[in-house]
Design a protein around this ligand. Structure first.
Ligand SMILES: [Zn+2]
Length: 617
């Protein structure tokens, strides 16, 4: 008989509780020896059968019913015994039983299902705790005496597309602690299963929290509806807010930067933990006082990365005078490059004179250039007239009146700024020129094909005409010698030509570079200065910074040099230390995404909860 086999396998398992008037060991012996039921008086037999025979026959439903009824009688110890047997049976049971999933697996750990009521759109699971005792929250005594029971409701994860309500039967126990002031206590299920007073199981709350973090209020609510999770958008936000907490680890290296609530109107401050690579806090504005207050309470901070503008440097110096400040490396490099561009822009006059002092052959121009060239001839006539008057000593205001041109034009002529043949502004092609030139050199000469490729691969938005004009110019430039067609490039192009390797220049381009280098040595000096700065940052060697500053202050990039002098310690730290503010910039990108997901209406605490709560903990 199955039961006796089972008992032999597990001699330690007790089947019956001893206080019902039976000798459980006697029963065990009888079952083992005879394989039959013992003869028990009728009154007790009922209970005996309830408890015992289903186990022998492995009737799963009967066992569950039995557990329930045993529990309902209030005999938790019987219930416990039977449950142990139940576990034994299912662990050691036959294969058919292994395959069926016990209903208790469908509800959170520690609960036993009494009943499932399945409706079309929801399931109500009546459950109770599997534990037979409770700890008193005041004195910690174990209580086993049940005083009463009540029902508590909570939502759980959906099953098969149906919402699940748990109807939890909660027992009240009497506390047996002698000196405890509390007489009655309700059993608790643990914060990781079902927190006290919570209307959701913890596993549901976790999903709700993550939905709220990932999608925000309303989008998450509609997603939750589809997932059959019963939460409203307000609940979602409430959960996100409630579970948000500022990380409490000791901060040593931080990055600080501002972000725009509304560009040019309202800014906030973000602080990131650079070691752990995550945001720490959002501050409501970017005032020095706000940052200072926050920093003052965190003396453990030793290194702060920040960009060079703004008042964070000063706030830091006041709040944490011992901390090392690090200028942002990317901004340093970028500012240096920009300083060279500014130097070239400031020298455009001599550059134009050097590059543009050549004769133009109208036969070689493209049609658009010919139009520009005709405009140039007209302009030259005007310029001559204006120059004649300037030389005669007529005041600019009077000249403007005489010629009908604006004072701006007259001033430009006086300064010699209106003598370009062709427009030298940055064209839409500027960005694509390196790619186009490479294609051209590799033999791709069909303008339409180039245009298509440029559109597909590079996202070029301009028209075919632009590329056509460019191709014509290239073709003619190849036929004619470099001198016959000169078009003064824009400042940005000159910067590019002057900073890329000589090997990558076309013949015409090297002529331009040679002309600039030959006649405007200050620009060459500026280029070398900036290149040295870049090299210093790349090699992480600040030994030459002092002499570099002297050189920079004397040349075209003096403004940049003065900036470096003003912030020398932070620049040195940027060169030497591995920390930089790139991470913070990345977090700001993420912050912008989260902010826009909430249509820009999320308040500071919610934004912070979503940004910081989402980081891996
Ligand atoms: Zn107590």
């Amino acid at each position: 008989m199955a039961g006796s086999v089972l008992l032999k396998q597990r001699p330690a398992a007790r089947i019956l509780h001893g206080d019902k008037g039976y000798d459980s060991n006697a029963i065990r012996r009888q079952v083992e020896e005879n394989g039959t039921m013992p003869n028990i008086p009728p009154k007790a037999n009922r209970r005996y059968k309830n408890c015992f025979s289903p186990v022998l026959y492995r009737d799963r439903n009967a066992i569950e019913r039995m557990c329930q009824s045993a529990w309902n009688w209030g005999s938790d110890s019987i219930s416990l015994q039977v449950e142990r047997l139940l576990t034994l049976l299912f662990q050691k049971g036959d294969s058919a039983m292994d395959r069926s999933m016990p209903s208790s697996r469908l509800v959170p750990r520690g609960f036993i299902v009494e009943r499932f009521d399945v409706l079309s759109d929801r399931i109500t699971a009546s459950v109770r705790s599997a534990q037979t005792y409770a700890h008193c929250p005041c004195c910690g005594t174990v209580s086993r005496r049940v005083q009463s029971r009540y029902r508590r409701r909570a939502s759980d994860l959906p099953i098969a597309g149906r919402c699940v309500d748990l109807a939890v039967t909660v027992r009240r126990f009497r506390c047996d602690g002698v000196l405890c002031g509390r007489r009655i206590l309700a059993e608790r299920f643990g914060d990781e299963v079902l927190a006290s007073h919570s209307r959701r199981t913890s596993r549901l709350e976790q999903i709700v929290h993550h939905l709220g973090l990932a999608l925000g209020g309303r989008p998450a609510a509609s997603m939750a509806q589809r997932l059959m999770l019963p939460v409203s958008n307000d609940t979602l936000l409430r959960v996100v807010r409630r579970r948000a907490r500022e990380p409490d680890e000791r901060l040593t290296v931080i990055g600080i930067d501002d972000f725009a609530w509304r560009r040019n109107h309202h800014y906030g401050t973000i602080v990131c933990d650079l070691k752990r690579r995550r945001p720490v806090v959002l501050l409501k504005d970017r005032e020095q006082a706000t940052a200072e207050d926050w920093l003052k309470d965190r003396p453990s901070i030793a290194i702060v990365a920040r960009d060079r503008g703004g008042g964070y440097g000063e706030a830091m110096a006041r709040a944490l005078p011992h901390a090392v400040q690090v200028a942002d490396r990317w901004h340093l490099m970028e500012n240096a490059s920009r300083a060279f561009l500014d130097a070239v822009r400031a020298s455009m006059r001599p550059i134009r004179a050097a590059v543009g002092a050549t004769v133009i052959n109208p036969a070689l121009l493209t049609s658009a250039e010919r139009l520009q060239y005709e405009g140039y001839l007209r302009r030259e006539e005007t310029n001559d007239a204006i120059m004649a008057q300037i030389k005669a000593g007529v005041p600019l205001r009077r000249i403007a009146k005489n010629t009908g041109h604006s004072r701006r034009v007259v001033r430009a002529v006086a300064r010699g700024e209106r003598s370009d043949v062709f427009r030298t502004s940055d064209s839409s092609l500027e960005l694509y020129l390196p790619w186009l030139n490479a294609q051209w050199d590799s033999g791709a000469r069909n303008a339409t094909a180039l245009w298509r490729k440029l559109q597909d691969r590079r996202g070029f938005r301009g028209s075919l005409r632009v590329i056509g004009e460019w191709a014509t110019r290239r073709r003619r430039a190849e036929k004619a010698s470099a001198e016959t067609l000169t078009r003064v490039p824009s400042a940005r192009t000159i910067v590019r030509l002057m900073t890329i390797s000589r090997d990558n220049l076309t013949k015409a381009e090297s002529v331009v570079v040679a002309a600039v280098e030959g006649s405007v040595p200050a620009v060459v000096e500026a280029r070398e200065t900036i290149a040295d700065f870049h090299a210093m940052v790349r090699k992480k060697d600040d030994a030459d910074l002092g002499s570099w500053i002297d050189r920079a202050l004397g040349g075209l990039v003096a403004t940049f040099g003065r900036g470096v002098v003003k912030d020398e310690a932070a620049v040195r730290a940027a060169i030497m230390l591995p920390w930089s503010n790139g991470q913070t910039e990345g977090q700001i990108t993420k912050l912008k995404l989260v902010k826009r997901q909430m249509y820009g209406r999320g308040k500071l605490d919610l934004l912070q909860a979503r940004l910081i709560g989402a980081s891996p903990c």
